[in-house]
Design a binder for this molecule. Structure first.
Ligand code: FEO
Ligand code: CA
Ligand code: CA
Length: 733
């Protein structure tokens, strides 16, 4: 066995934005006057705002910010029943820091592990065994690895019911695999020194097949237990299914049929095989599941083929991290011998090298068929995943919609999680109609195939703007020096390059997005960026204002922050906004960086998962490596205010910015700590607010192992109150 010096999937961060657009932006920003910096913050003190927080359904009486709340008729598919009031303060007892190999949850609550890696969804598939001898093929009917984003779809009869809690479909992502813990052989690589450079380390066909099947999405029917506490899987449900990195998927929208996605598998460019590295997830307003494709780069390889490709195609590949002689991360899915394939080009399709006379003779474009928001209808078990290309191709984290209003476009927010990448939004061409709730993929065709994709620019003065990624506008045409765009398909497939040309703001790894149901403001976690302020192409900016040393070592923005904005006039289709930084994450003892004044009850590092529940409580999850000597990754509950409720500050790096109101035990508190070694991610709540599901990825030690076993396993955790009441019931008293 050989261990390669390659990044493990959960440690690897793609890093290919060396464009110099930040300098251009900085120059422009410095020309702008700064008197707007406190605009909006003068009429309302934080305390006044917090004491008079509107309830969901009530209007906002601030004259400057018209109500952004949907009427009851416009609640669409947002599960909404029970007590929608947001608590005024958080009254549970904070969970202490922990590095134990067990999980801890707030007093009065219970947390139970369910659906670990390998759980069979059907009878006739043997239970997972610690010797890992389950066949690769059997994982087409088992829970996959590294559970991530998810959603609970209430179900009544055979259809989606946003208000149903008794029975539902729990749909979740399996982001990647821990290769060494999945195969009976561990991480096994065979040297083949006579092969081409990208084939000199070969993996076993069965290991690759197992890994392909452990990626993707699981749909699991759940039913409330007889005692009313929590849920159990409905084994053999007709809805139970796995979608893997091998399942045929449809390409839809402007890129479907483009020359850029034609392959030997489908010379018409309408289909591809598989969804991959599905990270964050969410609901569509009509009740389907929106999964994402994030680090798909890691499963592809590219040999030497620059001479066969156009300038645009070469530039586009490099911009997404695929240089010549790139053999991918540790997966090496292209490397098993062809003689071991059981379906055509099973392994060859992960090699994007241009070898044929044109694109229909090889898989040069396979890479271009990944990196999309992908829609799945969990209620139609025979439907194919739909890759929604109009929303752009990048390392998608999640996709969150703004509250919908009849007759207005539907708006989705998205982050591209890599160092120095961007934040985007998509505004549909079609106008919202409540009649589309329950409309499945047809509704998706209506809202997700036509519209405008925008990228965010965060100006230094607290204002921001959205710039459209539209071919023929603002230099997005053949005149663009780096990548001469031939059409809208190229703008979308190489969205990062288009965003570069528009001067988008390089962010500290945009992870999850969530929209407050109370204020309509949009929140994005910026998890960390070790290069911020350290590398010339990632200079400080007001929106990414920290760069500091930890233990004498330059660490950039080591702990991350959460940015938020209010669209102008409360209109999510607006092209301008006002922003501030809701929260800076930091260890409480790191005084110079603890700009939100966190204490031991609420300090955190590397925020990642983010979810406003329908009551307006913000749940924050962490995926951290910086503060884990003190505490493992965690879940916090928070009650944010609104943009401009804080002050103007200067960071230790000398960058001025606006931070939100300071933290206190009343407005942010640690609710759960995961087992040592894990990431806490993925979150959904049942419509009755009584059960909270979260996911534990890559736990350490033996968490999740079968009794007496030693292989740790990713799993879902189901959190309920011991008395069966709603989550956070204590905070309403
Ligand atoms: Fe899959 Fe950006 O986390
Ligand atoms: Ca994440
Ligand atoms: Ca992360």
């Amino acid at each position: 066995m050989t261990l390669l010096n390659k990044p493990l999937a959960h440690e690897a961060v793609e890093d290919s934005n060396t464009s110099n657009n930040i300098e251009f932006q900085t120059i422009i920003n410095r020309r702008m006057h700064r008197r707007h910096i406190l605009k909006g913050g003068t009429g309302l003190t934080a305390a006044a705002f917090f004491g008079a927080l509107p309830l969901v359904g009530c209007s906002d009486d601030d004259d400057d910010s018209p109500s952004r709340l949907p009427s009851d008729d416009d609640q669409a598919a947002i599960p909404a029943q029970g007590n929608l009031k947001r608590p005024d303060t958080l009254k549970f007892t904070a969970v202490a820091h922990s590095t134990a190999d067990t999980m801890s949850v707030a007093e009065g609550y219970q947390a139970e592990m369910i659906l670990p890696l390998g759980t069979p969804l059907m009878s006739g598939i043997a239970d997972w065994k610690d010797n890992r001898e389950q066949s690769a093929e059997s994982f087409e009917w088992r829970m996959g690895d590294n559970h991530d984003g998810m959603w609970f779809f209430g179900k009544k009869g055979n259809t989606y019911d946003a208000k149903a809690s008794k029975n539902g479909l729990l749909v979740m992502n399996h982001e990647y695999v821990n290769s060494s813990e999945l195969s009976p052989f561990g991480y096994h690589v065979i040297s083949d020194n006579n092969a081409a450079p990208i084939y000199q380390n070969r993996r076993l066909a069965s290991d690759v097949r197992r890994e392909v099947n452990c990626h993707g999405v699981a749909v699991v029917e759940m039913t409330r237990r007889a005692d009313g506490m929590g849920y159990e899987m409905v084994k053999d449900s007709k809805y139970n299914r796995r979608i893997t990195s091998s399942t045929p998927a449809q390409l839809t929208g402007p890129v479907a049929g483009s020359d850029l996605v034609k392959t030997k598998f489908d010379p018409t460019g309408l289909q591809t095989r598989g969804i991959n590295n599905n990270c964050g997830a969410g609901l569509s307003p009509w009740g389907t599941y929106l999964t994402t494709e994030e680090n798909f780069l890691g499963v592809f390889a590219r040999g030497q083929d620059a001479e066969q490709l156009s300038t645009s195609h070469n530039y586009g590949r490099e911009r997404y991290g695929a240089s010549e002689n790139f053999s991918g991360w540790e997966y090496l899915w292209h490397t098993p011998y062809a003689k071991d394939e059981i379906i055509a080009d099973e392994f060859a399709r992960w090699d994007m090298t241009a070898t044929g006379t044109d694109a229909t003779e090889d898989y040069r474009n396979g890479f271009n068929t990944f990196g999309y928001i992908t829609e799945i209808d969990p209620f139609d078990q025979h439907s194919a995943p739909q890759k929604r290309t109009a929303l752009g191709r990048f390392a998608h984290e999640n996709c969150a919609y703004a509250p919908v209003e009849s007759g207005k476009p539907v708006v989705f927010y998205m982050g591209d999680d890599a160092r120095g990448e961007y934040i985007y939004k998509f505004v549909s061409k079609a106008r919202w109609s409540n009649a589309d709730i329950g409309g499945g993929l047809k509704a998706g065709d209506k809202y997700l195939n036509e519209g405008t994709l925008y990228v965010a620019v965060f100006h230094e003065d607290g204002r921001g703007e959205w710039r459209p990624l539209v071919h023929g506008q603002n230099g997005l045409d053949a005149s663009n020096a780096e990548l001469p765009f031939a059409g809208q398909d190229e703008v979308l497939v190489f969205a990062r390059a288009a965003a570069d040309a528009l001067g988008a703001t390089k962010m500290d790894r945009p992870e999850w997005v969530s929209v407050s149901p109370m204020t309509g403001e949009v929140y994005v976690t910026l998890t960390n960026n070790k290069y911020r302020g350290e590398r010339e192409d990632q200079p400080l900016s007001a929106a990414n204002p920290r760069s500091y040393q930890v233990n004498g070592k330059p660490s950039g923005n080591d702990n991350g922050h959460i940015i938020r904005w209010a669209e102008t006039g409360g209109d999510h289709a607006a092209t301008s906004f006002e922003w501030d930084i809701y929260l800076f994450a930091a260890p409480n003892e790191l005084a110079a960086e603890n700009l939100s004044q966190l204490n031991k009850n609420n300090d955190l590092s590397s925020p990642d998962g983010l979810y406003f529940d329908p009551r307006g409580v913000l749940w924050i999850q962490t995926d951290d490596g910086a503060y884990t000597d003190t505490s493992s990754c965690m879940l916090l509950a928070a009650l944010p205010g609104q943009v401009s409720d804080g002050t103007l500050i200067t960071t230790s790096a000398g960058q001025q910015t606006r931070v939100g109101m300071t933290a206190s035990d009343d407005n942010i508190k640690r609710f759960f700590v995961g087992p040592e070694g894990c990431e806490v991610t993925g979150i959904t709540m049942t419509p009755d607010f009584k059960t909270l599901f979260i996911n534990i990825q890559h736990p350490g030690n033996t968490w999740g192992a079968v009794a007496g076993g030693s292989t740790p396993r990713s799993a879902t955790v189901m959190i309920t109150r011991e008395d069966g009441d709603v989550i956070l019931a204590e905070s309403f008293t």
